[in-house]
Ligand binder design. Structure first.
Ligand code: SF4
Length: 126
């Protein structure tokens, strides 16, 4: 098994549902970065039910980690040292064996500029 998740090409990424293509999502509690999506764990409460990704059981990356962080820090609501950041908390588990290297790669990229960073499971209520 690969240590990293496969990267979707542009055509594959464009076929995803609209919300799945929203890699940086504004939430009342901060910004959520979700450039990797897909999960085999089948939690009944998973929010992937709500936007057409339930059948994607294998994690896939929409873009490289560095590009995802660039999207995050250039988001119009991102303020360095102010905006709380949630990582990979919507459509995958950040500590799946194949996802964990991406989680650990992204943290050093943005932690210095984020006051709080969380990696929590996806709950359909946020
Ligand atoms: S993404 Fe999170 S909530 Fe959804 S199935 Fe995986 S671990 Fe469960």
């Amino acid at each position: 098994m690969s240590a990293f998740v496969p990267l979707l090409d542009m055509e594959q990424a464009e076929r995803l549902p609209a919300r799945a293509r929203e890699v940086v999502e504004y939430r009342k509690s901060g910004l959520s970065l979700n450039h990797i999506q897909g999960c085999p764990l089948d939690c009944a409460y998973c929010i992937r039910h709500t936007y057409g990704l339930w059948d994607q059981r294998q994690p896939r990356a929409l873009m490289p980690d560095v590009e995802a962080v660039e999207r995050l820090v250039s988001h119009r609501y991102f303020q360095a040292h102010v905006t709380p950041v949630q990582l990979l908390n919507r459509a995958t588990d950040p500590f799946l064996p194949s996802v964990r290297p991406h989680t650990l790669a992204v943290v050093p990229e943005q932690v210095p500029t984020a006051p709080r960073t969380t990696c929590l499971p996806s709950l359909g209520t946020s």
